[in-house]
Design a protein around this ligand. Structure first.
Ligand code: F6P
Length: 354
């Protein structure tokens, strides 16, 4: 096997705190191993446009603590077409890039599969605040985003308490309710309203009315953006109408995506960045780095995307039938474990708040 001499690194899709820590780890470990690193700016679009600069070890100094991504990010429509993928491959050939570490969410991984099919091995690192990658227990940025939510909603709770109100807070997560569920626990929220678990509003309202009679002044309800565009605002009105408790609505939006990464995200990003370089050096391609317990394990990206589709109910019957039984069993187990964990968190919220 020929030793790999030059790799690229890019970030794509929505940015996430900790992406810089991953870029740093990839760059530093690759250089340590005698491999040159090319920073690709603006995601896959930058690869098409040749927006590329070599990264030396000092170029990634003092970024482990910074939010956002020093390589910037974009969602490239051109790269979604095969022609765009071939242009990206031509850029790789021109710059002598033999493999790429791609950091981002499921859209980034679909791009990584395409680029690998075009002849450039890609290793994916899950970087998204949403935690919606089924194959890993945590994505880079998830922990920081949740801590930001906790910090902000603690402030909302202060004013909620003073005015004896309910505040309905919409958090990000795309279709995944992970941010909503875990922050609800940390915030002592009344309930988390997410797509994955139906909410019994009769029960919630009843609990709120009883708690108000018992002297409870503030009520926090966390809803995930996946519930729909105007859902949170409508929910706030409905809560007020049915419970008689004055209610306000707050959308936290992109503030959740910024800020310095937490210790947990810095460590996860560093572990995954190093593991991605090791994978490329070992001649692997089309893999995604996944956290399982305390270990980083690799999974085929296509299988990881299929598991995502299964989790999101987007896998067609034909696609499902084409999966070998042992693989399908493993995918179903991953999805069932995630759902069971969510059900458990929801159970806790229902039983110990109020
Ligand atoms: O995937 C991260 C995320 O922040 C989602 O939570 C949200 O739905 C989406 O990106 C917002 O995208 P944009 O940055 O394009 O507004």
């Amino acid at each position: 096997m020929n030793k790999i001499k030059r790799i690229g690194v890019l970030t794509s899709g929505g940015d996430a705190p900790g992406m810089n820590a991953a870029i740093r780890a990839v760059t530093r470990l690759a250089i340590y191993k005698g491999i040159e690193v090319m920073g690709i700016y603006n995601g896959y679009q930058g690869l098409i446009d040749g927006n590329i600069k070599q990264l030396h070890d000092r170029d990634v100094s003092f970024i482990i603590n910074r939010g956002g991504t020093m390589l910037y990010s974009a969602r490239s429509t051109e790269f979604r077409e095969w022609e765009g993928v071939l242009k990206a491959k031509a850029t790789c050939d021109k710059y002598g890039i033999e493999g790429i570490v791609t950091i981002g969410g499921d859209g980034t991984f679909r791009g990584a599969v395409d680029l690998t099919n075009a002849g450039i091995p890609c290793i994916g690192i899950p970087g998204t605040i949403d935690n919606d990658i089924a194959s890993t227990e945590a994505t880079i940025g998830f922990d920081t985003a949740m801590n930001t939510v906790v910090d902000l909603v603690d402030k909302l709770r202060d004013t909620s308490e003073s005015h004896s109100r309910c505040t309905v807070v919409e958090v990000m997560g795309r279709d995944a309710g992970d941010i909503a569920l875990q922050t609800s626990i940390a915030l002592g929220a009344v309930t988390a309203v997410i797509k994955e678990i139906p909410t019994d509003f009769d029960h919630v309202i009843e609990k709120m009315i009883t708690a108000r009679k018992g002297g409870k002044r503030n009520f926090i309800i966390i809803t995930s953006e996946g519930m729909g565009k105007d859902y949170g605002e409508e929910l706030s009105k409905m809560i007020e109408a049915r419970s008689g408790i004055e209610s306000r609505f707050a959308r936290l939006a992109h503030i959740q995506r910024g800020g310095a990464p937490t210790l947990r995200d810095r460590v996860l990003a560093t572990q995954m960045g190093c593991a991605a370089v090791e994978s490329l050096v070992a001649g692997q391609m089309k893999q995604v780095m996944c956290l399982r317990g305390n270990n980083i394990v690799a999974m085929d990206i296509f299988d990881a995307l299929t598991t995502d589709k299964l989790m999101k109910g987007k896998l067609t019957r034909e696609e499902e039938e084409a999966i070998p039984p042992n693989k399908l069993y493993e995918m179903k187990r991953i999805v069932a474990d995630k759902q069971e964990y969510k059900n458990y968190l929801n159970y806790i919220i229902d039983h110990i708040t109020l």
